[in-house]
Design a protein around this ligand. Structure first.
Ligand code: NZQ
Ligand code: ZN
Length: 388
């Protein structure tokens, strides 16, 4: 078991009706000037926006609307930093999916610095403090509500990169599973694939303990069972709640304390796909997953090969009841296909024309030669080609 140093300062307030019950009290801890950040309109259609505005009637409200999926540095982060500085914002309330919250984290960190916001996001300038963040998360997927990371895209350079700072952990996250009743099927499924992949990125590593294996494969089994329930009945509260519980814990590291790091190779490759083509993150991950699993069996030798076969096999055994590595790979592919996730790059309108460019981008920027199974540029290109 490897050493760990773990602290998550975020308060989670989970369940039906928690916003009406506690948002006003939580926000009362902060000063009067609130920046509300949100996306393209889902919170207005669901009535959540009106509810929040009513609950914060005694506050001085500023707004940053229109944060897009795969949130963009320009204009959203830049506009948010400007608003925070102009109005001396006391707290930011993010209402929406992971993209809204990620953008908010970048704003919160960059607004407390005199440096160029891009230098803060890239880590060139360290984040020393941040405006406090409260969020109402409306999509079960990223786990951004319980972690210190954000993923920001810069369209001009096709960059999609991770920003981390302990200062941008949300102070309080409201998680009401009823908000996910209105999710389009595509987003429900992408959220499931994102969370399963977060778990897999932590499961596939060299040093691992039994307790974490049980924790992680149990969570994936729960996701597999509950997604079928919500496809049949979108307002199934208990199924939506169990999914949200799994996704909230998924990216925070708590599933894998004591395991060695795996290097997050599938995320690194997917970020090139969504950085270059603006596709939905969870769909990109679902497509990459079985191809990465198959590739690591081919590109490893000796002891590492045995380890890769063992991990791929045990994952399939404990989640799907399969017995071999090949069956495990087929099981995850077929599960995604059966629930309706597009499973080839062609299905999401990506052809082979930019594969070498993306492989180069990942090889130069993501350090996958240090992953559990090292991946070089040719390996990344091969995984992308196998995904066509
Ligand atoms: O923009 P609005 O109108 O709000 O609509 C959104 C958006 O179109 C919609 N939506 C959200 N909640 C809804 C809803 N529609 C109806 N009802 C609701 N309750 O869903 C669409 C997608 O939203 P988005 O926030 O982009 O999705 P998600 O939460 O999956 O976030 C994806 C982003 O998070 C990053 C991804 O790379 C991607 O940029 N990630 C962040 C991580 C983190 N911070 O830890 C880890 C992940 O690995 C991931 O990389
Ligand atoms: Zn993810």
């Amino acid at each position: 078991m490897v050493n760990f140093d773990y602290q998550t300062p975020t308060r989670l307030i989970f369940g039906r009706g928690v916003v009406a019950e506690k948002l006003r009290d939580v926000m009362a801890q902060y000063g009067p000037r609130v920046l509300i950040t949100y996306g393209g309109g889902s919170i207005k259609r669901s009535g959540l926006y009106d509810q929040v505005i009513d609950l914060l009637a005694d506050k001085e409200i500023y707004e940053l609307p229109g944060i897009a999926p795969n949130p963009k540095f320009n204009p959203s982060v830049i506009d948010g930093v400007r608003l925070c500085k102009e109005h001396s914002i006391d707290v930011i309330l993010a209402v929406g999916g992971g993209s809204v919250l990620d953008c908010t984290k970048a704003i919160a960190g960059a607004a407390c610095s005199d440096a160029d916001p891009w230098d803060v996001v890239t880590g060139k300038v360290p984040t020393l403090s941040a405006i406090p963040i409260v969020d109402i998360i409306t999509l079960a997927a990223t786990g951004s509500e319980y972690d210190s990371g954000a993923v920001i895209s810069r369209t001009e350079t096709c960059d999609k990169l991770a920003y981390f700072s302990r200062h941008v952990f949300p102070a309080v996250s409201f998680i009401d599973p009823t908000y996910t009743f209105t999710l389009p099927v595509k987003q429900t499924l992408a959220g499931i694939a994102d969370c399963i992949n977060h778990i897999m990125e932590q499961y596939f590593c060299s040093e691992h303990i039994m307790m974490n294996d049980a924790f992680m494969t149990g969570a994936v089994r729960s996701l597999v069972a509950n997604v079928k329930k919500v496809l049949a009945q979108p307002d199934n509260y208990d199924a939506r709640a169990e999914i949200f519980y799994a996704t909230t814990l998924g990216c925070n590291g708590i599933y894998a304390l004591g395991n060695s790091a795996g290097g997050w190779p599938m995320h690194a490759i997917e970020h090139a796909l969504s950085g270059h083509y603006d596709i939905t993150h969870g769909e990109g991950l679902a497509i990459i997953t079985p191809r990465w699993m198959a590739h690591i069996l081919r590109c490893t030798e000796g002891e590492l090969h045995e380890q890769a076969v063992e991990r791929v096999t045990s994952f399939g055994r404990d989640v799907f009841g399969t017995t071999t590595a090949a069956e495990s790979i087929a099981a995850i592919h077929d599960f995604y296909k059966s629930i309706g996730i597009p499973m080839t790059l062609h299905d999401v309108c990506i052809d082979d024309s930019r594969i070498d460019e993306m492989a180069h981008h990942v090889a130069v920027n993501e350090g996958l030669e240090h992953a559990w199974v090292p991946l070089h540029e040719a390996d990344i290109a091969a995984i992308l080609r196998d995904s066509l």
